[in-house]
Design a protein around this ligand. Structure first.
Ligand code: FAD
Length: 385
């Protein structure tokens, strides 16, 4: 490895910047270069789905500029610069024709929004909102308009529906599943969130797919595969996120659902590490902030000479749907034998996932029951001790 070259971090999201901050706590001098495809502003991505409710524009959500962060963290930040290839043997990354050396490389390039494949020629009115620039572009088009069609009834679709309703929009959700949060919540909890959102005016079309979106004056008309049509001014696609893996795979780095890493966050390539939404750590792809914070702390130690395995404790997800608050700690996928035990009063649901022996493996709480998370967290096993 080339030890005089900088540690290169690709990506300026929460993973990249938290790692840089943790590194600087341990080593003030180590040469650091961040390369990012966006403008490098520091912001908290979860705030993208509370912007209307809190009355924050994209500019107001930005906490610092790339130059400000570079100053604060004594590093170089190259903005609007996409890495196009990695050569793990030579310890270099390419930016088109330019070659940049690294001593250690950190892939923190996140996940991309899955693009809907929709016919009809109105693609320019369909928005994915997965970073600050997406959010700014959406607001530029949506502000002053009224009707939003949201594709997807998962965490992000439901959060946007709640937030945009708070911002004065009329929201309709279309998703080809029979409940909200199809992968995250048991049915009674999902129904409670749906009822909460319906209570503030959100309309749901669960089951059909959007098959066509056409221009209709300034707005669009969407046709569902059950024949229904919906008129809207603008469309938000929230149908899923996919860890970015292609450049890693092209470089011969092992990928699965995400970029495969061990608990040192090391990939299959020497001196190449990964964390955040692009990483699959011992089989887990967790698209949340708490895992990347834990990863940033461990990886900073490893990169400064103290190999440190990351551990994930109890990390429940709070869903930002004030119309019906939700806290969920999903049972581990696959090997979790057990069943949901549900208590319900109206939209207040307490669902506990327990195994035969009665051990708590996961839970979902809605409405007033979210207050019980503190007690349940004490009973839950760590996600990756
Ligand atoms: P990103 O923030 O996506 O950063 C990736 C970076 O890599 C970007 O700077 C990008 O420009 C750069 N990049 C990509 N490709 C290249 C390339 N080839 N070359 C150079 N740079 C590149 N999590 C929670 O825990 N709680 C919440 O309440 C919550 N709410 C959310 C709400 C919304 C609307 C969304 C979208 C997500 C939410 N999440 C939440 C998830 C959380 O925000 C993410 O897990 C986290 O922000 C991921 O950070 P990251 O740094 O890994 O990725």
């Amino acid at each position: 490895s080339n030890s005089t070259a900088p540690i290169v971090i690709i990506g300026s999201g929460l993973a990249g910047y938290n790692l840089a901050k943790e590194l600087r706590k341990l080593d003030a001098e180590q040469s650091l270069l961040m390369i990012t495809g966006d403008d490098g502003r520091s912001y908290s991505k979860p705030m993208l789905s509370t912007g209307y409710g809190k009355g924050k524009t994209a500019d107001e959500l930005a906490m610092n500029t790339a130059a400000g962060m570079a100053d604060q963290l004594n590093m170089t930040v190259r903005t609007n610069t996409r890495v196009t290839a990695i050569d793990v043997a030579a310890h270099t990354v390419s930016i088109n024709d330019e070659t940049v050396e690294y001593s250690k490389l950190v892939l923190a390039w996140g996940a991309e929004a899955v693009g809907p494949r929709i016919e009809g020629g109105a693609e320019d009115r369909v928005f994915s909102i997965n970073d600050l620039e997406d959010y700014a572009a959406f607001r530029a088009v949506a502000d002053g308009k009224k009707r939003v069609l949201i594709m997807g009834a998962g965490l992000i679709g439901c959060e946007f529906a709640n937030d945009m309703t708070a911002g004065g929009f009329e929201c309709e959700i279309v998703a080809p599943c029979d409940q909200t949060f199809p992968t995250l919540l048991p049915a009674p909890a999902a129904s409670a969130v749906q009822a909460g959102l319906e209570g503030i005016g959100v309309k749901f079309h669960l089951g059909p797919l959007v098959s066509r979106i056409e221009r209709d004056g300034e707005g669009v008309i969407a046709t569902l595969d059950n024949g229904d049509t919906i008129q809207a001014d603008v469309v938000v696609s929230a149908i899923g996120l996919r860890p970015r893996t292609q450049l890693a795979a092209d470089a011969g780095i092992k990928v699965n659902h995400g970029i495969v890493a061990d608990r040192l966050l090391q990939t299959s390539a020497e001196d190449v590490y990964t964390l955040g939404d692009c990483a699959e750590v011992e089989g887990r792809v967790l698209l949340y902030v708490l895992p990347l914070m834990a990863s940033a702390r461990a990886l900073a130690k490893t990169l400064t000479g103290t190999p440190t395995e990351v551990s994930y404790g109890v990390m429940p997800v709070s869903v930002k749907t004030p119309a019906c608050p939700v806290v969920v700690s999903p049972p581990p996928a696959g090997d979790a034998a057990g069943r949901w035990i549900v208590e319900q009063e109206g939209n207040d649901v307490q669902a506990e996932f327990r195994n035969e022996a009665g051990d708590l493996l996961g839970y979902a709480l809605t409405g007033a029951k979210v207050a019980n998370k503190v007690a349940l967290n004490k009973e839950l096993p760590a996600i990756m001790p």
